[in-house]
Write a protein that binds this ligand. Structure first.
Ligand code: ATP
Ligand code: MG
Length: 437
């Protein structure tokens, strides 16, 4: 992408309304703009990041055996009356009336709707286990939307729902999601700690929150230092027998989200417990027949009797993650994107656009990178070199390639790694190969 033809409205000044780094940087780097409180437009560069996060989430859900569908944003109130949550959900629910005075709502979550789909189509235990998910916009009329996309009112969530015949099988489905979450967050370049959580208004038996450590997080956490020794990507998805020990191993390391819970310190000595703050990026629940019973989502078991199906639900805050990743990875100058979610891999800068040879060479490098499938943002604008460097640091692409008249003379570009700050000179003809091998 040529920057001169792109839509990247960056800001020099720090926006006054932004209290935390990720919100400031998302505004300054031209990722988002607010439409109304807690409601955002994702500008092109922000949209690219959101799609990358979404795709990693999707790949890991698919690997874990979940099946994607897409439910609507607008739901009928009837289903929520059936489950008993229409009144319980309170003011966070955006209630709408259509022209026929039917009660509708903008979905804050989808347990009711998926349970309805399930009960209409699935009748036999032979069709279980089943895990259905979608990645869809939600609306919650949060009392204090703040911190940009971290606590929005409209936000993008991945929500999966598992259906099993009995508790034992439901726990296996839960464990598969647990492992998928560890892998997902690791691929997104963040450390998310699984914490045993309250089941809250959704109710039920077993629940974990996944917390990314950050000073500005809204949750207080206690965790075991030993956590750092574990590599989530070493855990393979889909190997049923190995899941329970893996989950046990991980959950023996967490303590609790706060001191209100009983810190589960059985296996952890006091000295090894670290207190920190963090951002909840995922939340998983096993809640049994909480919805299937009142909504009569039943299947025939092997003996031919009808039993309510055992359910779980599994959320990931896809849009919140964009902010959480920045909270965990930035410096004074701007964002530092992990490669897996960076909007572009390489920022190519023409430092002396008035120099015809330099421009020809930059244009050629740009074409070669594009042909090689390297995602490149090419700053071909007629602005000064200082502004170009500052802009690249702000938007945080993993690699910067700078070429000016001096480089042309010496036959080299300057390559900078955004994360380490390390710079090196690379022969002009060798630079494209750096990103393709
Ligand atoms: P919180 O305690 O932060 O309000 P929650 O427990 O209400 O979260 P869930 O209902 O479990 O959240 O939703 C699943 C995920 O969706 C959360 O883990 C979080 O990452 C994300 N999420 C929830 N509320 C918001 C919001 N207002 N803005 C952005 N993301 C959100
Ligand atoms: Mg909430």
């Amino acid at each position: 992408m040529r920057l001169s033809r792109y839509f990247l409205p960056t800001l020099k000044e720090t926006p006054a309304e932004a209290q935390i780094a990720s919100h400031r940087l998302m505004l300054r780097a031209g990722m988002i703009r607010q439409g109304a409180a807690g409601i955002y437009t994702w500008l092109p560069i922000g949209h690219r990041v959101l799609q990358k996060i979404e795709n990693i989430v999707r790949e890991e859900q698919n690997k874990a055996g979940a099946i994607e569908l897409l439910m609507p944003t607008i739901q009928s109130a009837d289903l929520w009356v059936e489950s008993g949550r229409y009144d319980d959900y309170g003011k966070e629910m955006l209630r709408i009336e259509d022209r026929h005075e039917r009660k509708m709502l903008f979905g804050p979550t989808n347990e009711e709707m998926i349970t309805d789909i399930f009960r209409r189509e699935v009748k036999s235990y032979k069709d279980l286990p089943l895990n259905l998910y979608h990645i869809q916009w939600k609306f919650r009329d949060e009392i204090r939307p703040r911190f940009g996309v971290m606590r929005g009112r409209e936000f993008l969530m991945k929500d999966a729902y598992s259906f099993d015949l009995d508790t034992e099988s439901a726990v296996r489905s839960y464990n598969a999601m647990f492992v998928a979450y560890l892998r997902t967050f690791a691929r997104l370049g963040v450390r998310a700690i699984p914490m045993r959580a309250d089941t809250g208004p959704i109710g039920g038996d077993l629940s974990h929150e996944f917390i990314v450590l950050a000073e500005t997080g809204e949750s207080e956490v206690f965790f075991d230092k030993g956590f750092d020794a574990f590599d989530p990507l070493a855990v393979q998805p889909g190997t049923d027998e190995d899941l329970q020990p893996t989950v046990d191993q991980w959950t023996s390391l967490y303590a609790a989200t706060d001191e209100m819970h009983n810190p589960d310190t059985a296996s952890v000595s006091e000295n090894d417990l670290v207190r920190g703050r963090g951002i909840e990026v995922g939340h998983i629940f096993l809640f049994g027949d909480k919805y299937s019973k009142p909504m009569k989502a039943e299947v025939q078991d092997a003996n031919g009797s009808s039993v309510p199906v055992q359910m779980g639900s599994y959320g990931i805050g896809v849009s919140r993650l964009a902010g959480a990743i920045i909270e965990a990875s930035h410096d004074e100058a701007g964002i530092i994107w992990p490669e897996s979610v960076a909007p572009f891999k390489v920022g190519l800068m023409n430092l002396t656009p008035k120099d015809a040879e330099c421009t020809t060479t930059c244009d050629r490098l740009y074409s070669q990178m594009q042909e090689a499938g390297v995602e490149v943002l090419y700053d071909d604008r007629a602005t000064g070199a200082g502004a170009k460097f500052a802009n690249m640091d702000l938007i945080g692409l993993p690699w910067q390639v700078a070429l000016g008249s001096r480089g042309i003379k010496n036959g080299v570009v300057e390559l900078k790694n955004r994360a380490t700050g390390e710079r090196q000179e690379v022969a002009i003809d060798a630079i494209v190969g750096k990103f393709t091998s």
